[in-house]
Design a protein around this ligand. Structure first.
Ligand code: NAP
Length: 250
């Protein structure tokens, strides 16, 4: 898939799925801007991505941004547009979990998950869509979750945020299709990252039984779908949700 010289922003790209997406983009010759909140990990990512550049002129930017905060996102995105001249690809990947049964879930934990997983998508898209309309074509890829489709006990906040991302994706896809901006979502199943590390082993064993392909996913499995949705090969696809889950949601 030909992506050389494209300009991308990937949120939450200092570890896990976002990191795999940023690495895949850099290996494909894309100029990449990474947003996350931990400065040490951002510094580490800057170094790692610089080391795998395929072209000495390729640019890597890392920025400390809390994606739930509109003004921070606005400043960071406008800075990236200034440095890259424009942004072709936006991947909304940053996300958190704060699991608890509803009876025990605090309002603070409900709000934080909605703000980081869903409001963040409004923030980045709101800032970038106007400039994307000036491009010949642009791609927005939102990372939802199988849980946003199927639901999961202990994750009312997370499932609501990820279902919200799907509704947002379809609505924005309809709004901007005429401007050649494709907006799609990916719904990963169980992917081996820090986010899923804390799930007790017994529950992991149960989950594995429900995965027809008999393995948990790797971050690269999601990055591969992102590469496709960011490329010209997906030009006729918009407003869709792609489940990448080893068959778990069948
Ligand atoms: P992860 O390993 O926990 O990584 C999350 C990333 O998001 C980190 O880079 C983190 O960096 C960043 N982040 C968190 N809060 C942020 C904020 N307020 N502003 C900016 N960046 C922030 O998670 P993951 O498993 O790779 O998940 C990535 C995405 O896939 C999430 O949206 C998740 O919901 C979704 N997903 C994951 C799975 C799975 O099984 N792993 C399944 C379905 C969907 P900092 O800590 O430095 O901010």
């Amino acid at each position: 898939m030909y992506l050389k010289n494209k300009k991308a922003i990937v949120t939450g790209a200092t570890r896990g799925i976002g990191k795999a997406i940023a690495v895949a983009f850099v290996k494909s010759g894309v100029d990449v801007a990474v947003f996350a909140t931990n400065q040490d990990r951002l510094n580490q990512m800057q170094k790692e991505l610089e080391d795998i550049k395929v072209d000495p002129n390729q640019r890597i930017i890392t920025k400390k941004v809390d994606v739930s905060k509109y003004l921070e996102v606005e400043k960071a995105c406008l800075d990236v547009i200034t440095e890259f001249s424009h942004v072709d690809i936006l991947v909304n990947n940053a996300g958190i979990t704060k699991d608890a049964l509803l009876m025990r879930m605090s309002e603070e934990d409900f709000d934080r998950v909605i703000d980081i997983n869903l409001k963040s998508v409004y923030n980045t898209c709101k800032v970038l869509v106007r400039s994307m309309m000036k491009n010949k074509k642009s791609k927005i890829i939102n990372i939802s979750s199988i849980v946003g489709i199927m639901g999961n006990p202990g994750q009312t906040n997370y499932a609501a945020s990820k279902a919200g991302v799907i509704g947002f994706t379809k609505s924005l896809a309809k709004e901007v299709a005429s401007r050649n901006i494709n907006v799609n979502a990916i719904a990963p199943g169980f992917i081996e990252t820090e986010m899923t590390q804390s799930i007790p082993e017994k529950i992991q064993e149960q989950m594995l039984k429900n995965i027809p392909l008999k393995r948990f996913g790797k971050s690269e499995d999601i990055a591969n779908m992102v590469l496709f949705l960011a490329s010209d090969e997906s030009d006729y696809i918009t407003g869709q949700v792609f489940t990448v889950d080893g068959g778990m949601g069948m």
